[in-house]
Design a protein around this ligand. Structure first.
Ligand code: ZN
Length: 136
């Protein structure tokens, strides 16, 4: 039978920036503070799984009840100013600066021959479609 602690540690270690030792520390904290930490984490993960999706226009993170996302739906943003980014984290960083008032398109990756990621592996076709339709 699988060991739940080892399973959790292995899953946590797959998260970006979390190595094996950090995964073990997080798993131990979850065991020690079950009701205080594990239950809210389970709830947050369940909400994430049930409610979060990618915006049908820009591809950034949003919820099913706010699709298109708040940035794509904001009438104060300039729809003719399009910023193409690698992932949703880039949007968060640019939005924190407050300097950009256009709209975004998230590629969900980048072309990288070293990791065998080509144009078909990212949202380039969606970008081309948006530009052709002028719907950005
Ligand atoms: Zn959007």
């Amino acid at each position: 039978m699988a060991n739940p602690f080892n399973n959790l540690t292995q899953v946590l270690a797959k998260l970006p920036g979390i190595g094996r030792r950090s995964a073990e520390r997080v798993a131990l904290a979850l065991v020690r503070k079950g009701d205080e930490l594990a239950v809210p984490l389970i709830d947050a993960l369940t909400d994430l799984r049930n409610q979060v999706c990618t915006c049908r226009l820009c591809g950034s993170i949003t919820t099913h009840d706010a699709d298109p996302c708040r940035l794509c739906s904001d009438p104060m943003r300039d729809p003719k100013l399009l910023c193409v980014v690698e992932d949703s984290g880039d949007i968060l960083a640019i939005e924190r600066s407050g300097a950009f008032k256009g709209v975004f398109h998230t590629l969900h990756g980048r072309i990288s021959p070293m990791s065998a990621s080509g144009p078909d592996d990212i949202r380039l076709a969606e970008l081309e479609k948006r530009i052709e339709q002028g719907s950005y």
